[in-house]
Design a protein around this ligand. Sequence first.
Ligand code: PMP
Length: 385
Amino acid sequence: MKPFDVYPINHINIVKGQGSLVWDDKGQEYLDLYGGHAVISIGHTHPHYVKRLEDQLHQLGFYSNSIEIPIQLELAEKLGKVSGKEDYQLFLCNSGAEANENALKLASFYNGKKKVIAFRKAFHGRTSLAVAVTDNPKILAPVNQTDNVIFLPWKDETALEQAFADNEISSVIIEGIQGVGGIQVAPENFLQKIRSLCDQYNAVFIADSVQCGYGRTGKFYSHDFAGVNADIYTMAKGMGNGFPIGGISISPKIKPVYYMLGTTFGGNHLACAAGLAVLEIMEQDNLMQNAAEIGGYLIEELKKFEQVKEVRGRGLMIGIDLPDTLAHVKAELLFKYHIFTGEAKPNVIRLLPALNLTKTHADRFLEAFSQAIKTAPVAEFNPSM
Ligand code: PMP
């Protein structure tokens, strides 16, 4: 049997990592500004993270959710404190899609309504409800099609008001910064408008913080910039620094009953140990502040390149929008300068590095970027070269 080849072009075998650096099986070093798609939050193989997982593995790897699991309580308390939402409840699951799936379902249990507002270019995952609120018809199987989802243009307050008017909206799901959609920051007044309409019509505000959350922008949730509280925050990716864990943080006004939420693996001891290690390191090393500072520095420096169409984002969630003539730069960065970045269509380079990215590594990227944008595209790029 062979593994399913999701992205067949990048046959690079990464075998080792430390901080923001990774190495392939031939010993080649790479600067990782992608973090496996915003997953690596505290850097690769952080000693405290490794030790906490190792200790937990020796103690107890797993026991069923049917008993009390004190490490879940420890994680929930820490997360409440670091995120500033101490009165919220935490439900633990295993991925971003599962978090969104549960958030949408819980909202509908709460107000008994069916319709969901989502936005153009949104990405929320690939399970049935999550993919139904994702704006990509290619990944929506016929079985996932539903009339319950209304896609609205990004930032359009009038469309938003009209969609609410029939009082059938159960929830609104929105990324504070669209990630897959190309690093599009939700304007503060737009998030405030969603908040007030959700209050007026008893709808649930779901803040998808899977990619833009967990301190990446300099605030714990990027929706915090608007000064609004969401009713449910969904999270995953950076939460476990690579160990699969997701969660939903639920406002006290929604009171889930036990049968509404459930999972076998969610909240297992190892996942909680990984989650706690991440939060401890974030707190100890002031990583939200570092994300704001180094991210702010990168954004300012990148804005100085006149070839760049636009630089968008906050903290260490950055989109570099390039003209078609520079479409080759991402590959150039990887294969010539050995720097991993992400992408969004058509020509946006996405930076989603670990929150402890150093200034030295930021400068290493800026230098490589300044060289890469000077090169002309090769006629046909051959990644094996
Ligand atoms: N929401 C957002 C904003 C995401 O970016 C992603 C993953 N790209 C998801 C949800 C789905 O997360 P997962 O892949 O863990 O299911």
